[in-house]
Structure formats: C-alpha cells, structure tokens
Design a protein around this ligand. Structure first.
Ligand code: CMP
Length: 143
C-alpha cells in the first residue's frame, strides 16, 4: 500500500491546525501509520529541502521549518501521494482552491501550513529521513 510523508509546518502547529488537518485525511479514508511532534535539527532541514539548495529562498525555508515544532506524519492508502497533494492545494496559497488545506488556511508561500511528498521517490526518501522503521505501525486488518 502506498505511503506518503506529510508535515504540519510550524505555522500550522502554532495556529492549532493539527487536529483539523489530521481530520481531513482521516475522513478521506487514509490511515495514519506514524506521527510525532518534533523540532527539526538544522542539518535534517537542509537535507530534507536539499533539492532547493540553490534557490534564493533556501535559507529562509530552513530557518522557518526549524523555527518551531512540526507535526510529522506518515499516511497510507491507495494513491495517497497524489491525493494528499490535491487535498493540500497549490504550493502558493494564493493559487490554492478553496476547500484545500492551503486554500482554506494559508496566505503566503513560505508559511503554507503543510508539506507533502510530491512523488513515490520523495515519499520513500522523506519517510526514511523522519521515521525509523519501528516508529511505523502496520494494520493487519483494514476495515
Ligand atoms: P514545501 O511543499 O514544503 O516545499 C518547498 C517549500 O518552499 C514550499 O513548500 C514553500 O513553502 C517554499 N517556497 C517555495 N517558493 C518560495 C518562495 N518564493 N519563498 C519562500 N518559500 C518558498
């Protein structure tokens, strides 16, 4: 079953949006297989966002994601990677449709509430960066 890495960013955590965001993925029918509230060390942030290293906003990105606790999650389900991205909405909240997480709760591209893996390769990489295998649960019988 497909898995993805999702993370409520420091703005979402401080605005008390964890419950709202978790509820959306639960109600959709996906299953939570890992979760933790954590502060991201700078080195991990730089590795996670490594593909943006040359971008002018890289420093800002790392500073923001390490500025406060994040809520790191692994979700499981059919097509969860692409569907979660749809539920999150466009990266820039000004372009995100109403009804999506960023469309409903975000205003600026830097503080856009949530991160989600954009492909199977990045999901595998990001889950491995944030979770040990024994931090993930398995459901033997899914209802
Ligand atoms: P995320 O999905 O976490 O992946 C990379 C992040 O870079 C993205 O969400 C945005 O929050 C951030 N980002 C993209 N463009 C800009 C920008 N121009 N300025 C600041 N942050 C940006």
């Amino acid at each position: 079953m497909e898995k993805t890495y999702l993370m409520v960013k420091p703005d979402g955590v401080q605005r008390n949006l964890i419950g709202e965001i978790v509820a959306r993925f639960e109600k959709k029918g996906f299953h939570l297989v890992g979760a933790k509230l954590m502060s991201i060390p700078k080195e991990l942030a730089e590795e996670h966002y490594g593909e943006h290293k040359e971008r002018p906003f890289f420093g800002e990105l790392v500073d923001f994601i390490t500025s406060g606790p994040v809520f790191a999650m692994v979700w499981q389900g059919e097509n969860v990677i692409a569907t979660a991205r749809q539920m999150m909405g466009s990266t820039n909240p000004k372009d995100a449709a109403p009804g999506t997480i960023r469309g409903d709760f975000g205003i600026t591209v830097g503080k856009n509430v949530i991160h989600g893996s954009d492909s199977p390769a990045s999901a595998e990489r990001e889950i491995g960066l944030f979770f040990k295998q024994d931090e993930l649960v398995e459901y033997s019988k899914l209802v």
